[in-house]
Design a protein around this ligand. Structure first.
Ligand code: SF4
Length: 397
Protein backbone atom coordinates (compact mmCIF):
# COMPACT_ATOMS: atom_id res chain seq x y z
CA UNK A 1 0.00 0.00 0.00
CA UNK A 2 1.24 3.48 -0.85
CA UNK A 3 0.09 6.44 1.16
CA UNK A 4 0.26 9.61 -0.86
CA UNK A 5 1.18 12.87 0.84
CA UNK A 6 -1.44 14.39 3.10
CA UNK A 7 -2.71 17.65 1.63
CA UNK A 8 -1.84 20.54 3.98
CA UNK A 9 -4.81 21.97 5.83
CA UNK A 10 -5.27 25.64 6.54
CA UNK A 11 -3.98 26.72 9.98
CA UNK A 12 -7.14 28.74 10.48
CA UNK A 13 -8.93 25.51 11.25
CA UNK A 14 -8.04 24.96 14.91
CA UNK A 15 -10.10 21.85 15.31
CA UNK A 16 -7.97 19.71 13.02
CA UNK A 17 -6.47 16.63 14.58
CA UNK A 18 -2.90 15.67 13.66
CA UNK A 19 -4.32 12.98 11.41
CA UNK A 20 -6.12 15.67 9.44
CA UNK A 21 -9.57 14.76 10.72
CA UNK A 22 -12.16 17.08 12.18
CA UNK A 23 -12.68 16.99 15.92
CA UNK A 24 -15.66 19.22 16.40
CA UNK A 25 -19.06 18.85 14.82
CA UNK A 26 -20.16 21.50 12.41
CA UNK A 27 -23.70 22.18 11.42
CA UNK A 28 -24.20 20.56 8.02
CA UNK A 29 -25.09 22.99 5.27
CA UNK A 30 -25.35 22.87 1.51
CA UNK A 31 -22.39 24.23 -0.46
CA UNK A 32 -22.22 27.40 -2.60
CA UNK A 33 -23.55 27.15 -6.14
CA UNK A 34 -21.23 25.67 -8.75
CA UNK A 35 -21.26 25.45 -12.51
CA UNK A 36 -21.97 21.70 -12.26
CA UNK A 37 -25.24 22.41 -10.42
CA UNK A 38 -26.56 24.12 -13.56
CA UNK A 39 -27.41 23.19 -17.11
CA UNK A 40 -25.91 25.28 -19.89
CA UNK A 41 -28.86 27.69 -20.05
CA UNK A 42 -28.61 28.41 -16.32
CA UNK A 43 -24.84 28.90 -16.63
CA UNK A 44 -25.43 31.49 -19.35
CA UNK A 45 -27.79 33.39 -17.04
CA UNK A 46 -25.24 33.15 -14.26
CA UNK A 47 -22.38 34.59 -16.31
CA UNK A 48 -24.51 37.39 -17.77
CA UNK A 49 -25.59 38.34 -14.25
CA UNK A 50 -21.88 38.77 -13.54
CA UNK A 51 -21.66 41.23 -16.45
CA UNK A 52 -19.97 38.75 -18.80
CA UNK A 53 -21.13 37.73 -22.26
CA UNK A 54 -23.19 34.51 -22.38
CA UNK A 55 -20.57 32.62 -24.39
CA UNK A 56 -18.27 32.67 -21.37
CA UNK A 57 -20.51 29.93 -19.93
CA UNK A 58 -19.50 27.62 -22.74
CA UNK A 59 -15.83 28.54 -22.39
CA UNK A 60 -15.90 27.88 -18.65
CA UNK A 61 -17.80 24.63 -19.17
CA UNK A 62 -15.27 23.47 -21.75
CA UNK A 63 -12.48 24.01 -19.25
CA UNK A 64 -14.25 22.16 -16.47
CA UNK A 65 -15.91 19.26 -18.29
CA UNK A 66 -13.84 19.06 -21.47
CA UNK A 67 -10.32 19.79 -20.22
CA UNK A 68 -10.88 18.92 -16.53
CA UNK A 69 -9.35 22.28 -15.63
CA UNK A 70 -10.57 24.48 -12.78
CA UNK A 71 -7.54 26.70 -12.21
CA UNK A 72 -8.15 30.25 -13.46
CA UNK A 73 -4.47 30.61 -14.47
CA UNK A 74 -4.90 27.87 -17.07
CA UNK A 75 -7.91 29.52 -18.72
CA UNK A 76 -5.87 31.67 -21.05
CA UNK A 77 -8.68 32.14 -23.56
CA UNK A 78 -10.59 34.16 -20.94
CA UNK A 79 -9.68 37.82 -20.38
CA UNK A 80 -7.39 38.10 -17.37
CA UNK A 81 -9.83 40.51 -15.71
CA UNK A 82 -12.69 38.01 -15.90
CA UNK A 83 -11.02 34.76 -14.96
CA UNK A 84 -10.85 35.16 -11.22
CA UNK A 85 -14.37 36.54 -10.96
CA UNK A 86 -15.83 33.73 -13.05
CA UNK A 87 -13.99 30.95 -11.29
CA UNK A 88 -14.67 32.38 -7.82
CA UNK A 89 -18.37 32.57 -8.57
CA UNK A 90 -18.94 29.46 -10.66
CA UNK A 91 -16.12 27.11 -9.72
CA UNK A 92 -15.85 27.43 -5.93
CA UNK A 93 -13.82 24.74 -4.19
CA UNK A 94 -16.28 22.10 -3.02
CA UNK A 95 -13.96 19.24 -2.17
CA UNK A 96 -10.66 19.57 -0.35
CA UNK A 97 -8.57 16.42 -0.44
CA UNK A 98 -7.51 15.39 3.05
CA UNK A 99 -5.75 12.18 2.17
CA UNK A 100 -5.12 10.04 -0.86
CA UNK A 101 -4.09 6.42 -0.75
CA UNK A 102 -3.26 3.90 -3.41
CA UNK A 103 -2.97 0.12 -3.46
CA UNK A 104 -3.18 -2.75 -5.96
CA UNK A 105 0.05 -1.36 -7.49
CA UNK A 106 -1.58 1.98 -8.10
CA UNK A 107 -4.70 0.58 -9.79
CA UNK A 108 -6.96 1.48 -6.84
CA UNK A 109 -6.88 4.97 -5.37
CA UNK A 110 -9.01 6.30 -2.55
CA UNK A 111 -9.51 9.96 -1.76
CA UNK A 112 -10.90 11.32 1.50
CA UNK A 113 -12.55 14.72 1.00
CA UNK A 114 -13.54 17.47 3.36
CA UNK A 115 -16.66 19.32 2.25
CA UNK A 116 -17.20 23.04 2.87
CA UNK A 117 -19.03 22.37 6.15
CA UNK A 118 -16.46 19.93 7.50
CA UNK A 119 -18.28 16.72 6.54
CA UNK A 120 -16.02 14.00 5.14
CA UNK A 121 -16.77 11.72 2.21
CA UNK A 122 -14.68 9.42 0.06
CA UNK A 123 -14.33 8.34 -3.55
CA UNK A 124 -12.47 5.41 -5.06
CA UNK A 125 -10.89 5.16 -8.50
CA UNK A 126 -10.43 1.65 -9.87
CA UNK A 127 -8.35 0.90 -12.92
CA UNK A 128 -8.69 -2.20 -15.09
CA UNK A 129 -6.89 -3.04 -18.34
CA UNK A 130 -9.83 -1.85 -20.43
CA UNK A 131 -11.52 0.79 -18.28
CA UNK A 132 -11.35 3.13 -15.31
CA UNK A 133 -14.26 3.35 -12.88
CA UNK A 134 -15.09 5.98 -10.27
CA UNK A 135 -17.05 4.96 -7.18
CA UNK A 136 -18.63 8.08 -5.69
CA UNK A 137 -20.51 9.10 -2.57
CA UNK A 138 -23.98 10.61 -2.86
CA UNK A 139 -24.54 11.46 0.82
CA UNK A 140 -22.34 12.29 3.79
CA UNK A 141 -23.08 9.29 5.99
CA UNK A 142 -26.17 7.18 5.45
CA UNK A 143 -29.49 6.84 7.23
CA UNK A 144 -30.22 3.25 6.21
CA UNK A 145 -28.51 1.69 9.23
CA UNK A 146 -27.46 -1.64 7.68
CA UNK A 147 -25.70 -3.26 10.65
CA UNK A 148 -22.81 -4.81 8.71
CA UNK A 149 -21.82 -1.53 7.02
CA UNK A 150 -19.42 1.05 8.46
CA UNK A 151 -21.39 3.91 6.96
CA UNK A 152 -24.61 2.64 8.44
CA UNK A 153 -23.15 2.95 11.93
CA UNK A 154 -22.48 6.66 11.46
CA UNK A 155 -25.93 7.92 10.50
CA UNK A 156 -26.78 10.51 7.88
CA UNK A 157 -25.14 13.93 7.96
CA UNK A 158 -26.63 15.39 4.77
CA UNK A 159 -27.27 14.90 1.09
CA UNK A 160 -24.54 15.96 -1.30
CA UNK A 161 -25.31 18.59 -3.92
CA UNK A 162 -25.20 17.75 -7.63
CA UNK A 163 -21.89 19.55 -7.99
CA UNK A 164 -20.38 17.81 -4.97
CA UNK A 165 -21.06 14.46 -6.65
CA UNK A 166 -20.07 15.60 -10.15
CA UNK A 167 -16.88 17.16 -8.82
CA UNK A 168 -15.75 13.80 -7.38
CA UNK A 169 -16.05 12.34 -10.88
CA UNK A 170 -14.36 15.28 -12.61
CA UNK A 171 -11.50 15.17 -10.13
CA UNK A 172 -11.06 11.41 -10.61
CA UNK A 173 -11.29 11.82 -14.40
CA UNK A 174 -8.37 14.22 -14.06
CA UNK A 175 -6.39 11.66 -12.05
CA UNK A 176 -7.06 9.04 -14.74
CA UNK A 177 -6.10 11.50 -17.50
CA UNK A 178 -2.77 12.14 -15.76
CA UNK A 179 -1.88 8.48 -16.34
CA UNK A 180 -1.69 7.83 -12.59
CA UNK A 181 -3.85 4.69 -12.74
CA UNK A 182 -1.36 1.97 -13.50
CA UNK A 183 -2.12 -0.31 -16.42
CA UNK A 184 -5.38 1.38 -17.41
CA UNK A 185 -6.53 3.68 -20.20
CA UNK A 186 -6.30 7.39 -19.34
CA UNK A 187 -10.03 8.04 -19.76
CA UNK A 188 -12.50 7.51 -16.96
CA UNK A 189 -15.45 5.72 -18.55
CA UNK A 190 -17.64 4.33 -15.75
CA UNK A 191 -19.23 5.63 -12.60
CA UNK A 192 -20.84 3.60 -9.83
CA UNK A 193 -22.95 5.25 -7.13
CA UNK A 194 -21.78 2.84 -4.48
CA UNK A 195 -19.81 5.07 -2.16
CA UNK A 196 -21.17 6.58 1.00
CA UNK A 197 -24.94 6.90 1.19
CA UNK A 198 -28.13 5.53 -0.34
CA UNK A 199 -28.31 7.19 -3.78
CA UNK A 200 -32.09 6.97 -4.13
CA UNK A 201 -32.52 8.75 -0.78
CA UNK A 202 -30.95 11.77 -2.53
CA UNK A 203 -33.05 11.11 -5.61
CA UNK A 204 -33.42 14.45 -7.48
CA UNK A 205 -29.74 15.31 -7.12
CA UNK A 206 -28.53 11.86 -8.12
CA UNK A 207 -30.72 11.91 -11.24
CA UNK A 208 -29.52 15.37 -12.14
CA UNK A 209 -25.95 14.19 -11.59
CA UNK A 210 -26.53 11.32 -14.02
CA UNK A 211 -27.84 13.80 -16.58
CA UNK A 212 -24.84 16.09 -16.06
CA UNK A 213 -22.34 13.24 -16.34
CA UNK A 214 -23.93 11.95 -19.51
CA UNK A 215 -24.63 15.24 -21.30
CA UNK A 216 -22.16 15.80 -24.13
CA UNK A 217 -19.29 18.19 -23.40
CA UNK A 218 -19.27 21.07 -22.69
CA UNK A 219 -22.66 20.73 -21.01
CA UNK A 220 -21.46 17.62 -19.19
CA UNK A 221 -18.84 14.92 -19.10
CA UNK A 222 -20.15 12.89 -22.06
CA UNK A 223 -20.22 9.49 -20.35
CA UNK A 224 -22.55 6.75 -21.56
CA UNK A 225 -25.63 6.11 -19.40
CA UNK A 226 -24.97 2.42 -19.88
CA UNK A 227 -21.68 2.87 -18.07
CA UNK A 228 -23.31 4.27 -14.94
CA UNK A 229 -24.60 2.10 -12.10
CA UNK A 230 -27.00 3.39 -9.46
CA UNK A 231 -27.37 1.24 -6.37
CA UNK A 232 -30.19 1.07 -3.87
CA UNK A 233 -31.19 -0.94 -0.83
CA UNK A 234 -34.72 -1.00 -2.19
CA UNK A 235 -36.57 2.30 -1.79
CA UNK A 236 -39.47 1.09 -3.89
CA UNK A 237 -41.21 4.42 -4.66
CA UNK A 238 -37.88 5.88 -5.82
CA UNK A 239 -37.18 2.75 -7.89
CA UNK A 240 -40.54 3.27 -9.58
CA UNK A 241 -39.68 6.91 -10.25
CA UNK A 242 -36.41 5.74 -11.77
CA UNK A 243 -38.32 3.47 -14.16
CA UNK A 244 -40.28 6.50 -15.34
CA UNK A 245 -37.10 8.49 -16.03
CA UNK A 246 -36.39 6.24 -19.02
CA UNK A 247 -32.66 6.27 -18.37
CA UNK A 248 -30.50 3.33 -19.35
CA UNK A 249 -28.27 3.20 -16.28
CA UNK A 250 -27.70 -0.13 -14.56
CA UNK A 251 -29.67 -0.65 -11.37
CA UNK A 252 -27.89 -2.50 -8.57
CA UNK A 253 -30.16 -3.79 -5.82
CA UNK A 254 -28.44 -4.55 -2.51
CA UNK A 255 -30.55 -7.55 -1.51
CA UNK A 256 -28.28 -9.43 0.92
CA UNK A 257 -31.02 -11.89 1.94
CA UNK A 258 -33.79 -13.66 0.00
CA UNK A 259 -36.20 -13.93 2.95
CA UNK A 260 -37.91 -11.16 4.88
CA UNK A 261 -36.99 -12.47 8.33
CA UNK A 262 -33.28 -12.02 7.74
CA UNK A 263 -33.53 -9.03 5.40
CA UNK A 264 -35.54 -7.13 8.01
CA UNK A 265 -32.42 -7.38 10.15
CA UNK A 266 -29.66 -6.91 7.57
CA UNK A 267 -31.35 -4.16 5.59
CA UNK A 268 -33.75 -2.42 8.00
CA UNK A 269 -35.60 -0.62 5.19
CA UNK A 270 -36.97 -4.07 4.34
CA UNK A 271 -39.36 -3.61 7.25
CA UNK A 272 -41.07 -1.05 5.00
CA UNK A 273 -40.66 -2.65 1.56
CA UNK A 274 -40.46 -6.43 1.55
CA UNK A 275 -38.35 -8.70 -0.66
CA UNK A 276 -41.18 -9.49 -3.09
CA UNK A 277 -42.07 -5.83 -3.58
CA UNK A 278 -38.44 -4.77 -4.01
CA UNK A 279 -37.73 -7.52 -6.53
CA UNK A 280 -40.91 -6.66 -8.45
CA UNK A 281 -39.69 -3.09 -8.83
CA UNK A 282 -36.22 -4.30 -9.88
CA UNK A 283 -37.68 -6.68 -12.47
CA UNK A 284 -39.93 -3.92 -13.79
CA UNK A 285 -36.85 -1.70 -14.15
CA UNK A 286 -35.11 -4.48 -16.11
CA UNK A 287 -38.18 -4.95 -18.34
CA UNK A 288 -38.46 -1.22 -19.01
CA UNK A 289 -34.78 -0.66 -19.79
CA UNK A 290 -33.69 -4.03 -21.13
CA UNK A 291 -30.78 -3.70 -18.67
CA UNK A 292 -29.95 -6.65 -16.46
CA UNK A 293 -30.40 -5.79 -12.79
CA UNK A 294 -27.41 -6.48 -10.58
CA UNK A 295 -28.42 -8.21 -7.36
CA UNK A 296 -25.80 -7.39 -4.73
CA UNK A 297 -25.38 -9.98 -2.00
CA UNK A 298 -22.74 -9.54 0.70
CA UNK A 299 -21.94 -13.08 1.77
CA UNK A 300 -21.70 -13.17 5.57
CA UNK A 301 -20.46 -16.20 7.47
CA UNK A 302 -23.29 -18.20 9.09
CA UNK A 303 -25.72 -15.34 8.54
CA UNK A 304 -26.96 -15.44 4.94
CA UNK A 305 -24.71 -18.03 3.30
CA UNK A 306 -26.73 -21.22 3.92
CA UNK A 307 -27.42 -23.55 0.95
CA UNK A 308 -31.19 -23.16 1.42
CA UNK A 309 -30.86 -19.40 1.03
CA UNK A 310 -28.91 -19.91 -2.21
CA UNK A 311 -31.73 -22.17 -3.43
CA UNK A 312 -34.40 -19.65 -2.41
CA UNK A 313 -32.53 -16.84 -4.16
CA UNK A 314 -32.22 -19.05 -7.22
CA UNK A 315 -35.99 -19.63 -7.28
CA UNK A 316 -36.70 -15.90 -6.93
CA UNK A 317 -34.37 -14.98 -9.80
CA UNK A 318 -34.77 -17.91 -12.18
CA UNK A 319 -35.70 -16.68 -15.66
CA UNK A 320 -35.35 -13.01 -14.72
CA UNK A 321 -33.12 -10.37 -16.30
CA UNK A 322 -30.83 -10.37 -13.28
CA UNK A 323 -27.28 -11.14 -12.34
CA UNK A 324 -26.07 -11.95 -8.84
CA UNK A 325 -22.96 -10.20 -7.64
CA UNK A 326 -21.70 -11.94 -4.51
CA UNK A 327 -19.53 -9.74 -2.30
CA UNK A 328 -17.20 -11.37 0.18
CA UNK A 329 -17.99 -9.23 3.23
CA UNK A 330 -15.35 -6.68 4.07
CA UNK A 331 -14.70 -6.80 7.81
CA UNK A 332 -15.05 -3.48 9.59
CA UNK A 333 -13.37 -2.64 12.90
CA UNK A 334 -15.20 -4.04 15.90
CA UNK A 335 -17.79 -5.80 13.76
CA UNK A 336 -19.06 -9.28 14.59
CA UNK A 337 -19.69 -9.93 10.88
CA UNK A 338 -17.19 -11.85 8.81
CA UNK A 339 -16.85 -13.15 5.25
CA UNK A 340 -18.01 -16.68 4.41
CA UNK A 341 -15.31 -19.33 3.99
CA UNK A 342 -14.35 -19.97 0.37
CA UNK A 343 -15.93 -23.50 0.19
CA UNK A 344 -19.23 -22.03 1.43
CA UNK A 345 -18.97 -19.23 -1.13
CA UNK A 346 -18.27 -21.74 -3.93
CA UNK A 347 -21.29 -23.84 -2.94
CA UNK A 348 -23.50 -20.74 -2.89
CA UNK A 349 -22.33 -19.87 -6.41
CA UNK A 350 -22.81 -23.45 -7.61
CA UNK A 351 -26.41 -23.58 -6.40
CA UNK A 352 -27.31 -20.29 -8.02
CA UNK A 353 -25.73 -21.31 -11.31
CA UNK A 354 -27.51 -24.65 -11.13
CA UNK A 355 -30.76 -22.67 -10.89
CA UNK A 356 -29.77 -20.91 -14.11
CA UNK A 357 -28.90 -17.62 -12.44
CA UNK A 358 -25.87 -15.76 -13.74
CA UNK A 359 -23.54 -15.24 -10.76
CA UNK A 360 -20.08 -13.81 -10.14
CA UNK A 361 -18.03 -13.12 -7.04
CA UNK A 362 -16.91 -9.54 -6.82
CA UNK A 363 -13.30 -8.56 -6.92
CA UNK A 364 -12.76 -6.88 -3.56
CA UNK A 365 -10.57 -4.07 -4.71
CA UNK A 366 -9.08 -1.72 -2.20
CA UNK A 367 -9.35 -3.89 0.87
CA UNK A 368 -5.91 -2.75 2.00
CA UNK A 369 -7.04 0.85 2.14
CA UNK A 370 -10.54 0.27 3.48
CA UNK A 371 -11.80 1.10 0.03
CA UNK A 372 -14.06 -1.85 -0.48
CA UNK A 373 -17.81 -2.04 0.14
CA UNK A 374 -18.79 -0.99 3.64
CA UNK A 375 -15.22 -0.12 4.55
CA UNK A 376 -14.59 3.40 3.41
CA UNK A 377 -13.47 5.45 6.34
CA UNK A 378 -14.36 2.65 8.68
CA UNK A 379 -11.11 2.99 10.51
CA UNK A 380 -10.84 6.72 10.57
CA UNK A 381 -14.11 8.60 10.76
CA UNK A 382 -15.19 8.57 14.33
CA UNK A 383 -16.92 11.92 14.31
CA UNK A 384 -20.60 11.45 13.58
CA UNK A 385 -20.67 14.74 11.74
CA UNK A 386 -18.27 13.26 9.26
CA UNK A 387 -20.24 10.11 8.63
CA UNK A 388 -18.83 6.80 7.53
CA UNK A 389 -18.61 5.40 4.06
CA UNK A 390 -19.06 2.41 1.91
CA UNK A 391 -17.45 2.03 -1.43
CA UNK A 392 -17.12 -0.66 -3.84
CA UNK A 393 -15.35 -2.66 -6.36
CA UNK A 394 -17.24 -2.70 -9.61
CA UNK A 395 -20.45 -4.55 -10.33
CA UNK A 396 -20.26 -7.03 -13.14
CA UNK A 397 -21.47 -5.33 -16.31
S1 SF4 B 1 -24.99 -0.70 3.03
FE1 SF4 B 1 -25.42 1.14 1.78
S2 SF4 B 1 -27.53 1.67 2.37
FE2 SF4 B 1 -26.79 0.28 3.97
S3 SF4 B 1 -25.98 1.66 5.56
FE3 SF4 B 1 -24.26 1.11 4.18
S4 SF4 B 1 -24.16 2.78 2.69
FE4 SF4 B 1 -26.17 2.87 3.68
Amino acid sequence: MTILPVIPISPDQPDILPSGLTKTRRRPSMPPRHLADMDLAARKSAVTSLGEPAFRAKQLSTHYFGRLVRDAAEMTDLPAGSRDRLTADLLPTLLTPVREQACDDGATRKTLWRLHDGALVESVLMGYPDRVTACVSSQAGCGMACPFCATGQQGLTRNLSVAEIVDQVVYLAGVAASGAVTGSPPRLSRVVFMGMGEPLANYPRVIETVRRLTAPAPEGLGLSQRHITVSTVGLVPAMRRLIAEQLSVTLALSLHAPDDDLRDELVPVNQRWKVAEVLDAAFDYAAQTGRRVSIEYALIRDVNDQPWRADLLGRLLRGKLAHVNLIPLNPTPGSKWDASPKPVEREFVRRLQEAGVSTTVRDTRGREIDGACGQLAAGELTDASAGGAAADAEVAQ
